[in-house]
Design a protein around this ligand. Structure first.
Ligand SMILES: Nc1ncnc2c1ncn2[C@@H]1O[C@H](COP(=O)(O)OP(=O)(O)OP(=O)(O)O)[C@@H](O)[C@H]1O
Ligand SMILES: [Mg+2]
Length: 342
């Protein structure tokens, strides 16, 4: 088993997906680690660690080492990556080359941190690809022609909006409003409207089960239990899909505004391409019900959610492995260098 397969990694705020060349996506795990505070020992990574979030005794912490799309805890990110790379390809003689996606517009220091984490986690070489470019490739868009495409990738920590042509990013905006912000919006709403404290995991369940940003034909509702600060006891309330429209108004509007901003800055020829070709959404956040309809109603441009939207970035990262020879390792691969041909 000396053969080494290169890997593409979607190192996301919410989840990590590993694509192994010739095999496809072999691993999907939440970006969470659990460690023993007193010994510094890593206890769990991924879904096992996620179950511990918000439920740990004093000596154990469960945390998400990435925040807002970038590394916030370097050491933990590296250890998490190491565990995932090992799980994805346990028997190996050589270290793999790894393509890791990063949000568009991160700083060079942040890029450096991703590269170092990849190398320390066992990669022979690390190549970076911008998340919206990977998302576009993964969504099956033909991006190497001189034709504009608009991709909106709503992840957990960041929403990346980018106009892509000739395999490069022409205009982009990255905002720190994505899936997590919608969870927070539900927490705040339930506190304000129902006087009840709920955790972000419960909020996420509500978001996934019935959250929407556009009126839906049939209203749905679910019962959730939280902590009533007045009586100091648990209490259950019913939350409806219509309420989530109100709760989500602000973050949803921020994303729509950012799309407008990108379109305003985009050269007219490319805007014309986009209005014919439509807007493509990727990332887990794009699955919030009605997001395509909301964007369409504000821009007048046909909008669709890509197939398997959560995996697009990983697929795109994986597909880019076939072009490693034309990519340079390190930080010199991002849109500042638009000439890169994938
Ligand atoms: N069916 C669904 N409906 C609504 N939201 C969903 C659904 N499935 C996943 N999500 C949300 O998608 C987000 C995660 O998306 P994704 O996996 O694309 O993020 P990420 O790539 O890890 O983050 P980032 O790109 O910001 O670093 C989470 O906020 C999650 O709650
Ligand atoms: Mg992502």
């Amino acid at each position: 088993m000396g053969f080494v397969r290169d890997m593409g990694i979607d190192l996301g705020t919410a989840s990590v997906l590993v694509y192994v060349q010739g095999k496809g996506v072999v691993l999907r795990e939440p970006s969470v680690v659990a460690m023993d505070k007193s010994t510094g020992r890593l206890l769990q990574v991924g879904s096992a660690a996620r179950k511990m979030l918000g439920r740990t005794p004093g000596n154990i912490v469960a945390l998400r080492p990435l925040r807002d799309g970038v590394i916030s805890d370097y050491d933990m990110t590296e250890r998490m990556l190491r565990a995932f790379i090992h799980q994805a390809a346990p028997v190996r003689l050589f270290r793999p080359r790894v393509v890791i996606c990063v949000p568009s517009g991160i700083s060079e220091v942040e890029e450096r941190a991703v590269i170092d984490a990849g190398i320390h986690a066992g990669a022979r070489r690390v190549y970076l690809i911008e998340e919206p470019v990977a998302a576009a490739i993964g969504a099956g868009l033909d991006i190497d022609r001189p034709e504009g495409h608009l991709v909106v990738d709503i992840g957990g920590g960041t929403t990346d909006i980018a106009v892509i042509s000739l395999s490069g990013v022409v205009e982009s905006v990255s905002i720190k409003i994505a899936g997590d912000a919608f969870d927070d919006a539900i927490v705040k709403y339930v506190r304000r409207k129902h006087n009840l404290l709920i955790g972000t995991r419960t909020a996420e369940e509500i978001k996934i089960a019935l959250g929407c940003v556009f009126p839906r034909a049939e209203e749905e509702s679910m019962e959730v239990t939280g902590h009533d600060p007045l009586i100091g006891l648990p209490r259950a309330v019913t939350v409806s899909s219509t309420e989530t429209i109100e709760a989500f108004e602000e973050p949803a509007q921020r994303i729509v505004d950012a799309i407008h901003e990108v379109l305003e800055r985009t050269p007219p020829e490319l805007v014309a391409d986009i209005s014919t070709g439509g807007i493509v959404m990727t990332g887990g956040g794009s699955l919030i019900w009605g997001f395509d309809k909301l964007i369409e109603s504000h821009t007048g441009i046909e909008t669709r959610v890509a197939e398997d939207a959560i995996s697009c970035v990983a697929y795109g990262t994986g597909k880019s492995l076939a072009h490693l020879s034309s990519m340079q390792d390190g930080t010199r691969n991002l849109s500042r260098r638009k000439q890169m041909n994938l």
